[in-house]
Design a binder for this molecule. Structure first.
Ligand SMILES: C[S@@+](CC[C@H](N)C(=O)[O-])C[C@H]1O[C@@H](n2cnc3c(N)ncnc32)[C@H](O)[C@@H]1O
Length: 374
């Protein structure tokens, strides 16, 4: 395996780190300031140094020193800055302070000079001037840059999740940064779960005593509404008038259409958000049972292995899960980036040879291969 050094900035619970790890990276350092997310991260990656203050507390030279690296010797910087400011679920506020983290990524690249940067965010970033500035700035310091709005289903993740992905590699031209979708076809991963049915059947029913795989108790008025939602894809739009909420009656048929929605058995899950176990916040009900999905099920749709350890209260864990990069997406983006780095290093023969990975990892239908502690 081609082992590459990496740093995961805005590490969260570790979705991106798990992908880097599965791709064989030597993760030297992670930064995450949220206490619960940091606890989850450390429980699963006890061998990775985690800096748990805000990223702005640390100078680039401190980060390099802690990672045991020299400027220019880091292979991959992974950065998934907070996305609420760009998200359609948030206020899309261009002045949201969190948007400026994109600019701090630029500063870190200038100082650390990694061979490659992988940045993931919500599609809203694609139209923001900060993304054009970031691309221009990376280009001016010698990086080839590619960016796309991708759907996680294109990477065999059993969840519709549109995301902005930027990959920059030092020493390549923009044209040489191949679209990651050119490297992988879901047909190469026939054994992986693709649908709600695959995931729910693999996990089995909620288990008494397993708090992460326990169905949330719903208050009686909500339970009455949930029971009336038709199986396999119904939503609040299908409720009789007597069970509709006043605020929903004021919406058009199209507005908030997925609220109180049931997942559909033979489709991928909808985007798993930070409110992924709350029926009023999206299509998060089981296709047939009168309950929202469990935290374990939500994590499985994000392709975390069932053995992944989660820390914090129920709502905090839902937030960590919804914020994460799906493990499989992170894994495939990292493998693609490593091949681009090899191209830049002159070890690959030509960009045309960036074909399918010769040996896509295989695993049983349960999800991504278990991530051993590093
Ligand atoms: C989109 S989430 C990252 C998800 C993560 N990459 C994963 O795959 O699990 C962004 C994370 O950045 C963290 N964060 C926000 N501002 C930060 C700061 N100033 N310093 C360090 N971490 C920060 C948040 O707590 C959140 O966990």
């Amino acid at each position: 395996m081609d082992t590459r050094t990496s740093i995961d900035r805005f590490a969260g619970a570790g979705g991106a780190t798990a992908g880097l790890f599965l791709a064989g990276c030597d993760i030297r350092l992670a930064v995450e300031r949220d206490k619960d997310a940091a606890a989850t991260y450390s429980a699963n990656f006890p061998g990775v140094q985690l800096l748990s203050e805000a990223i702005e507390t640390y100078t680039p030279s401190y980060i390099l020193e802690k990672a045991g690296l020299q400027p220019g010797s880091l292979d991959i910087l992974s950065a998934c800055p907070p996305c609420q400011g760009f998200s359609t679920l948030g206020k899309c506020d261009p002045d949201d302070d969190r948007n400026d983290y994109v600019q701090t990524v630029e500063a870190l690249v200038e100082n650390l000079r990694p061979r490659a940067l992988i940045l993931e965010n919500v599609p809203g970033l694609d139209h923001d001037p900060r993304s054009s500035r970031l691309k221009a700035s990376l280009h001016s310091i010698g990086y080839g840059v590619g960016s796309w709005v991708l759907d996680a289903t294109e990477f065999c993740v059993p969840q519709r999740r549109r995301r902005f992905v930027l990959i920059a590699v030092s020493g390549l031209t923009n044209d040489e940064i191949a679209d990651p979708r050119s490297s992988y076809r879901c047909a190469d991963w026939p054994d992986h779960p693709h649908t709600v049915r695959d995931i729910l059947h693999a996990l089995g029913p909620p288990t008494a005593g397993e708090s992460l795989h326990a169905a949330r108790n719903l208050p009686p008025p909500i339970l009455r509404r949930v029971r009336a939602v038709p199986h396999d894809g119904g939503s609040r739009k299908d409720l009789p008038e007597s069970l509709q909420l006043e605020c929903h009656k004021r919406l058009s048929q199209r507005g908030a259409a997925s609220v109180y929605g049931r997942m559909a058995w033979d489709e991928p899950a909808p985007t798993i958000t930070t409110r992924c176990t709350t029926p009023a916040c999206g299509r998060f009900l089981h296709p047939e049972q009168d309950r929202p999905i469990t935290l374990r099920e939500a994590a499985a749709f994000q392709t975390f292995p069932p053995t992944f350890c989660w820390k914090g209260g129920v709502m905090h864990i839902a937030r960590q899960i919804g914020n994460a990069v799906p493990v499989r997406l992170a894994h495939l983006l990292t493998l693609h980036t490593i091949r681009l780095i090899r191209l830049a290093e002159g070890r690959s023969v030509s960009s045309q040879q960036l074909g399918p990975d010769p040996s896509p990892p295989r695993s049983p239908k349960t999800a991504t291969p278990a991530i051993p502690s590093v």
